[in-house]
Design a protein. Structure first.
Length: 162
């Protein structure tokens, strides 16, 4: 989260130790710790936000339980792109995996993965940039991401905003 701070040391009831100019911004990580503070700088703010998001999602090298999972995408809602993590359960041999984006009518918009995975028991992540298989930008709206992994089917919703 980013917060513009609009306080001065001279404001009533605000200790001088917390005083700062009105154009300071803070980026606060998911654990509540300030991970960046400074004057407005678009690139630095984006880097700090990306760092904060990475700290919220720590990859797990091995999944202890035997279930294929489609995890929540982030950010959601998104523009221009979103990351879609999924986990494949431990198993014997290759796992056929298909990951597709569908519209509200169930039509395939984009196929992100259609392959066999040789390393089950790991977390993977793909990115969707809001385009269809032909590279055309899709309109704002709700979409579904569908994971077929072996005999498992999982579906989640995505929200594209412009």
């Amino acid at each position: 989260m980013t917060y513009p701070i609009l306080m001065k040391g001279s404001a009533a009831g605000i200790p001088a130790a917390y005083a700062c100019t009105y154009d300071y911004l803070f980026v606060i990580g998911g654990d509540g710790i300030v991970i960046w503070r400074g004057n407005y700088n678009d690139a630095a703010i984006r880097d700090a936000i990306d760092q904060g998001l990475e700290s919220l999602v720590s990859p797990t090298p091995v999944i202890p339980f035997g279930e294929n999972l489609l995890l929540p995408n982030y950010p959601n809602p998104f523009n221009p792109l979103t990351r879609i993590p999924f986990e494949l359960a431990l198993g014997d041999g290759d796992i056929p995996v298909t990951l597709q984006i569908l519209d509200l009518r169930g039509r395939i918009v984009s196929t992100l993965i259609d392959d066999r995975f040789h390393q089950p028991g790991r977390r993977y992540e793909v990115t969707w940039d809001g385009t269809d298989n032909a590279g055309r930008r899709q309109p704002s709206g709700i979409y579904f991401v569908q994971l077929h992994a072996g005999a498992t089917d999982r579906i989640r919703t995505l929200t594209l905003v412009k």
